[in-house]
Design a protein around this ligand. Structure first.
Ligand SMILES: [Zn+2]
Length: 90
C-alpha cells in the first residue's frame, strides 16, 4: 500500500468518524448492552438560550435517557400522569 492510499484511508476515517455513533449503538448505562436507540433530538427553547436534548431508549431494559447537548446520558425516571398530558402523540 502506497502513501497515497494510506492518506486516503486517513481522510476517509476523519470524514466518517462523526457518523460512527449513529452506526454503532450506544451502550446502555443501566444494563451495559449496546441496545440504546436514538429516538429524536428535540430543540428545547427557553427564553434566549437554545438547548438540544437528544432522547434515547434502551431496547433491552426499556430505560429512557436524555442527553443535553453533548453532556452525559441521564436516566429519565418514569413519571406519573401529570406529565402524560403534555406529551405529543406520535
Ligand atoms: Zn438497558
Amino acid at each position: 500500500m502506497g502513501a497515497d492510499s494510506f492518506m486516503m484511508l486517513v481522510v476517509l476515517a476523519v470524514i466518517l468518524s462523526p457518523f460512527l455513533p449513529i452506526v454503532l449503538k450506544s451502550k446502555c448505562p443501566v444494563c451495559n448492552k449496546r441496545k440504546l436507540e436514538h429516538l429524536e433530538t428535540v430543540n428545547m427553547q427557553e427564553a434566549d438560550k437554545k438547548e438540544f436534548v437528544t432522547l434515547y431508549r434502551c431496547h433491552n431494559c426499556k430505560s429512557d435517557f436524555e442527553r443535553v447537548r453533548s453532556g452525559p446520558l441521564q436516566l429519565v425516571e418514569p413519571e406519573g400522569d401529570t406529565l402524560s398530558a403534555e406529551q405529543v402523540p406520535a
